[in-house]
Write a protein that binds this ligand. Structure first.
Ligand code: ZN
Length: 106
């Protein structure tokens, strides 16, 4: 089983859903997100997560800030945007559908 392939093709999308979900709840930082995903059994490296966050920001789903007052090592904090909330809404609906269909064959 090629786990890397599964990660890239499918699970990557799940991680984005987690990110949107948590960013809708409050600011998230990369380090915290990596730990969060680990709790769910996903081993996501910083080299994967940070470009993902950057891409989601480029898509207009997240917006990030760095609190300069916290010094040169201050983490970049991400928040969800209005567009991001719309995406989350669509994903929620689709997850419901998917759960009904795929769940019943489990
Ligand atoms: Zn989560």
């Amino acid at each position: 089983m090629d786990l890397k392939l599964i990660n890239r093709e499918i699970l990557l999308s799940f991680w984005k859903v987690h990110i949107l979900y948590h960013a809708a709840d409050g600011e998230v930082i990369g380090q915290w997100m990596i730990k969060e995903l680990r709790h769910h059994g996903y081993e996501v490296s910083p080299g994967t997560l940070y470009p993902l966050l950057k891409r989601m920001e480029k898509n207009g789903w997240l917006v990030s800030t760095v609190d300069a007052a916290r010094g040169p090592k201050a983490p970049r904090a991400y928040r969800i945007t209005k567009d991001g909330r719309e995406v989350l809404k669509i994903v929620r609906q689709q997850l419901k559908e998917l759960g009904v269909e795929v769940g019943k064959h489990g």
